[in-house]
Design a protein around this ligand. Structure first.
Ligand SMILES: N[C@@H](CCC(=O)N[C@@H](CS)C(=O)NCC(=O)O)C(=O)O
Length: 211
């Protein structure tokens, strides 16, 4: 059976949602990030990067959210979680997910984990102070994408990109991230996500409130 190593509220919630949307048979295993369980020898044997999510499948172990999300979409095609039979549209979805992974996630990390980039307190504070500035730029592009009235990142079709965007749409409300007051389309997308049974099931399982 598939095993999902995850942490409540972390970026792994996108994978959690996608597995539920796919109807996959999987076991969620919570990793206690606050107490450093991701650095334990047992966990590092599964994922040497010491991060969540990690997905253990019959074919092997996968890390990195965009890769895991694409694997779920390809493995459960009946769930229609990615464009099918259209390589360009699939590349567009991957492009969006990689933007979230390489740019948006990192902008948040400058606030949540500044010690990765700086030692001194002033430098760490400077990094965190840039987060709302960078997120405003990043989410302006996301608002632009949603501005044609589309319900989902890829248009009319829901995809794993929506589950991934939901993570960062939630994180906007964390202290120091800048909030979502100027992001009405992102907030509406978040509300649509929270109407989905899979998202409601993920929130219940991870002990999180809807926002
Ligand atoms: N690029 C990785 C990032 C994974 C990542 O940073 N996960 C965070 C949670 S959102 C984590 O495990 N943090 C624990 C730590 O940094 O010690 C991915 O997309 O999967």
């Amino acid at each position: 059976m598939i095993k999902l190593f995850h942490a409540p509220g972390a970026c792994s919630m996108s994978v959690h949602v996608a597995l539920l949307e796919a109807g996959a048979d999987f076991e969620p295993i919570a990793v206690d990030l606050k107490n450093g369980a991701q650095h334990s020898p047992e966990y590092l044997r599964i994922n040497p990067q010491g991060r969540v999510p990690t997905l253990v499948t019959d074919d092997g172990t996968l890390t990195e959210v965009p890769a895991i999300l694409n694997w779920i979409a390809q493995t459960y095609p009946q769930a229609q979680l990615a464009p099918q039979g259209d390589g360009f549209a699939l590349a567009q979805m991957q492009s969006f997910n990689l933007f979230l992974s390489s740019t948006v996630h990192i902008a948040f990390a400058h606030l949540f984990r500044p010690e990765r980039w700086a030692d001194g307190d002033a430098a760490k504070d400077d990094l965190g102070a840039r987060t709302p500035v960078n997120l405003a730029l990043n989410f302006a592009m996301i608002e632009q994408r949603l501005a044609d009235g589309r319900a989902w990142v890829m248009g009319a079709q829901y995809s794993v990109a929506d589950a991934y965007l939901y993570v960062f749409s939630r994180w906007l409300e964390r202290d120091g991230a800048g909030g979502s007051a100027n992001l009405p389309l992102t907030v509406a997308h978040r509300s649509r996500m929270q109407e989905r049974p899979a998202v409601q099931a993920m929130l219940a399982a991870e002990g999180l409130p809807p926002l």
